[in-house]
Ligand binder design. Sequence first.
Ligand SMILES: O=C(O)CCC(=O)C(=O)O
Ligand SMILES: [Fe+2]
Length: 205
Amino acid sequence: MDLFNPETDPTTNLLPKDGTVNYYGKLFDRASSDHYCDVLLNTIEWKNDEAVIFGKLIITKRKVAWYGDVGFEYTYSNTTKKALPWTADLLELKAIIEEKTGETFNSCLLNLYHSGEEGMAWHSDAEKDLKKNGAIASVSFGAERKFAFKHKESKETVSLVLEHGSVLVMKDTTQTHWLHRLPPTKTIFKPRVNLTFRTIVDYQP
Ligand SMILES: O=C(O)CCC(=O)C(=O)O
Ligand SMILES: [Fe+2]
């Protein structure tokens, strides 16, 4: 099953089984989406992402930043990151997303893709620091990009386009049974900022 036209009724589950993905469409109008895109590009402490793969340190072109309630450390791709304290803009966005989705979050991972050449490979967000089956809200600003899910056993795929100012929620057993990715493309030259609001558990303040 492939969905190229985003289904913007957030009560529709885009996955056929083993998880829940809801697409809320553009929750922000054009002007506020442009505003947040600009503010995030310019005020977030963007860093090159580092990952350890087969014992080798890999540095990606994509930039990342990690914000949250004070004291959070988060391990992924075999490296540990410490959360920066929330900025006023991120807290504002978090409040809007929590209100619209009915979920709560204590941290946010941000990704900056400078152009379509940068993407993110197949993975699931099921690190031990993350609340099991907790909701992850993905907010996108900037260039529209395709986003895809693949079932770990059946290999079924589902995909959609994440629009400027849109929100996607992944929850229930989605991370256990499905991988997701942001495929690279040679036809997009504008940047995209993505925020994934998450819930971290078992932290040492
Ligand atoms: O950029 C995106 O839309 C997804 C990012 C993602 O999957 C992640 O940060 O774990
Ligand atoms: Fe992810």
